[in-house]
Structure formats: structure tokens, C-alpha cells
Design a binder for this molecule. Sequence first.
Ligand SMILES: [Zn+2]
Length: 635
Amino acid sequence: MPVPAFRKLFVLPVALFVGVISVATVARAQAPIQITADLSEAARKLYHAEIDIPVKPGPVTLITPEWIPGTHRPTPIVDSITGVVFTANGQVLSWRRDNVDMYEFHLTIPEGVATLHAHLDLINPGRQTTRLAAFEWEGLLLYPAGIPTAKIAIQPAVIVPKGWGVGTALTPGLTGSFASTDVHHFAPTTVEQLEDSPVITGLYYHQFALAPEISPKHFLDVVSDEPEDSKMRPSTIAEINNLVREANALYKSHHYNEYHLLLTLTDATGGQGLEHGQSSDNGVGEKDFSDDAHQLGVADLLSHEFTHSWNGKYRRPARLYQPDFATPQQGDLLWVYEGMTQYLGNVLAARSGLKNQQQYREMLALSAAQLDYKSGREWRSTEDTAIASSILRGGSASWSNWKRGQDYYQEGELLWLDADTLIRKLTDNKKSLNDFDAIFLGKGGNTGPLIVPYERPELIADLNQVVPYDWAKFLHDRIDLINPRADLAGIEQGGYKLVYEDTPSDAEKTLNKAGGRRANAIDVWYSIGLRVDKEGAVSDVRFHGPADKAKLSPGVKIYAVDGRVFSGDSLKAAIEAAKGSTEPIHLILEQDGFVTMADIDYHDGERYPTLVRVEGTPDYLDDITKPLTTPPATK
Ligand SMILES: [Zn+2]
């Protein structure tokens, strides 16, 4: 598509805070679109919308969002929009989809018509069960093309099953009740802000006011399939309170009028973590916060998505921000947007107690080892994983290690740890990345929801403000260049070393015990170089690793190991038996209906990553994960 003429107006110079449009001003400027989303048929995997759009006679093009912020790619939700009917003054109007842009609807508005009515259905919208529903507005939004979404006023309402609680950052208005449903009206906003304001609703709904001494207000809104889950454990609620206090102490500013951590607990649908300026849409399994073991697997979810309110929503990479949801977004700075958030999300989770310091270090080891053994780093830079973000999400596990995935998350975590420990080293621990974050994420002081774009030179200038250094080269070397090894400097400057031991770390054992995908895997990645499940199915082979040299392929199934029927135990026993020996590990395999044999020439035993302390060096890693605040004595 051609670049819309208004685009240049909205890519603001980095330091320029003028021209930012407040929601209230826009909402008064024109009659708002009225949209009512009906979530009352969530259990049947159907949502509906009734939309009234102010129009003038003549041709009109309406669009529905394509590039959804936070997903960093075009989202094919348009194929789930069904039952589209336009009416005006009681007459059905014909419409035609654009031949090229599947997100555009063309109509001609007759004379005498000032309001166009649209009905839409959304099928299989995502996370909904008989007890709860989550709703991201892009699935049912419709608005005129060619106008910045920050300039289109809209007034929302949602219909939910009677008695269900509603959690959202939208400003509440009137509510009404019908025989089997309730309707919740909200204050006018803009299309940009509405897209940024999801709604969760459920029969078992609890709202927790968080850290009441801090302004503005923060809430945790929880819905669950089972009544006991949304009550949450008192220890977890205390930790989430700590999270608000720690974020407040770290960022020293906020960019929301109030903030809602929205959380759905269900096993019936997949997980979710989508950031928004004044809320975050978090979805996990129904028992994921019910004990410490399960909680470890999701410990950084809330802190990651909350951090995005500052890093990603308020401060947005310039070309990742587009004034509509139609112009392609450019992801080259996602190692800041996601990478620094990955770092800060984990740090805040540790500072808040959602995981402990040892768990932080052991999880960091798992992540660093994975990157250090990622063969695709031989041909692809971290920046390329960010630029190519829109084509790297999901996909097959086959050779994914050679391909690389959205590595800018974890590469960014190591990069910002490197920067944090380097600042501490250069300043004798008097300054840290905390100082950079307060500058970079807090410019302009406290604000309501706002998007302020940036480019790389601003990061460099702000880092230099904390401590002078060749930060341009620092970032260039780590992001733009091909680096065959992961950036382990932050771990080492932090007083630790990445090592491989013959038993898994406590954190890895805990994650395996908690179940899920990991529990079905046998960790032999750092030894023979295979991703294999308990049935012997191989999903990936580490390029250049021992199993690769033995010509194993993703998709093969291991039947037998050293003459014994395959099991996790028999495979590990064979790896141990081959340690220090010259005899290879003998495998019998099935591939595409044929039986083959392979010998893996590997003799170094089992290997599991962890961090060990280097005595006599500064322990910055543990300084970084110490709380900045003291929880109230009542904890
Ligand atoms: Zn993120």
C-alpha cells in the first residue's frame, strides 16, 4: 500500500513532545463512533458488534486493524470477521472488500445518510470459555481509512453474561441489566486508545487494589474457570503489590491514568501476554499461580507486560509506531522494546519476590546457554531477528536453532545486563541501568497514555548521560554484527560464570516438575544436541552438534539406545556410559516408515547450564535483583 499522506506528521522528532494529542481533546472534536461488543456468547466462541459510524454521502472506505501493536506483525484476525452487514436508514447497503487489502471494506453512502450501522460477528475469537472471556478490540473494530486512529473518537460498550465481572482500563460509565445480560458503557476515547484497552470478563471475578499508597491507582483483575483460582494466594498478591512498588521505584514516572493487570486463569485456551499502555492482557493456566513451582514458569509475565507500559507503549521505536493499524511496522529496534523489557521483567520479578535470586540466576543461565548454543547466530545478527520479527513468530521446530527465532528478546536481556553491569563497573556501583531507565522512560515526567517515538541515537545520548562510554560501538558490536558467541559479559561482570554441570539446576528441576511442555522434554541439548520428547520424537537437531554429525534429522523417532528400548532414562544412561569411553552411542531410528541406525560419537556426559559465583569479583548480579523498596511490615 502507498504510504498515507498523514504518516510524516506522526513520526515525531525524538525530543519533541509537542503535537501529542490528548484523548479528551479528540473525543470532543467530533461525534464518536458508537461500538457495542457483545461477549455474551463467549461460550459458543462467538462475539458480535454493533457499530454506528458518522458518515457523509459518497464513497467511504472502512478498515479493521491489520498491524496490531505488541504482536509486531500483521494479525490475520480479519479472516474470523463474519456476518458483515451494513445498514443505513433501515436499508441494507452493499459493500465490496478491497481486491488487494483484505482489511478494507468499500461502500457508497446514499444521500441523506449521516450514520452508517455495521454488524460484525467474530468467530473463535481467542480466549473464552463457559466461565470467562478475554477481548481485544481489534477483532471487531471498524473505522474510516486514511485518518490517524488517535484522531477518531469512539465510545465503547460491552455486553456480558449477567453477573459477570468486568476488568478493563476503560473509564466506566453507566451499566444496565437485561434478562440474561449486563451492559457496561464506557467514556468516549479514541480508536487508538480503544485498541489499547482490552476487556476481560468472568463469572469468577476478583479485583485487588494494589499498593494503595502509590498514585495513580493500580489493580489486579482476575477471572478464572474455577472459583478458587481467582482468589489468588496471599503470598502472590503480596508479591504483585511489591511489583507495583518496585516498578514505581525503578521508573520514577508513569504514563497511565490508572493501571490494570488483567489476568485470565484457564486451561481451556492457550496463554497470552499482550501489553497495553494502561493495562496488560495476561493469560495463564488455571493453576499457574497456585504454588511456587508453577509460579516459577510464569514469574516474569506480569512484570514483563507491566514494564511495556514504559518501554514499548510510552517509548516506542519510531518506525514501529504507525498512526494507523494499516501501515507496516518496522521492528529493527525490538531489542530495546522487547529485549530491555525481557531484562527488566525478570529483574522486577526477582525484586518483587515472584521468583527468588537463585531462581533468577538459574533461569538466566538457561536463557544464556540456549543463545550461546544457537547455531543460527553464525549467519544472522540479532538485529536481523528484530527486522524479521513479523516472519519469525511461531513456525516449525525443525532446524529452528539454525534458523533462529525472535532472539531479540533474550539477546536483548543479555545486552542490557551487559550495559547494567558495565555502568556499575565504570562507576564503582554508584550508577546503574536504573539511572538510564529513569531518564529514557521518564522523559516528560508523569503523563497519561502517550506514545513518544525514539531512534537509536537517543539511547546512546541517554546512556552517555549516565556514564560516558562508546555506547554507539557497544550497541553496534552486539546488535548489528554477527556474533558466534552469546554476550556473556554481563554475567561475568556480574560476578558469575556460565558453566555446565552433570545435573540440572534447582530451577530447571522445578520447571520440569511443574509440568507443561518442558516436562515432556528430555534435556540432552547441551550434550548430544537433540530436542527429544519422552516418546523419542526428535523435534530439532543442534546444527554442528554431535547428533548433527551423526546425520540425525528433525522428525525421526528414536526406538532404541545401546540395545535398550528408548526412554529418557535409557538415553541418559547411554550418555553417561559413553563418558570417557571411545564407544559411540548406538541408536535405532524410524524415519518416514523406514528403520535406520546412527552412532553418536559423544563422550562428555550430561550437561546442564547454571551460573557459579566467581569469588573475589563484585557480585553485581545479586545487587541488581535486590529490592529497591521495603514491603510494608504487614506482609
Ligand atoms: Zn513483550
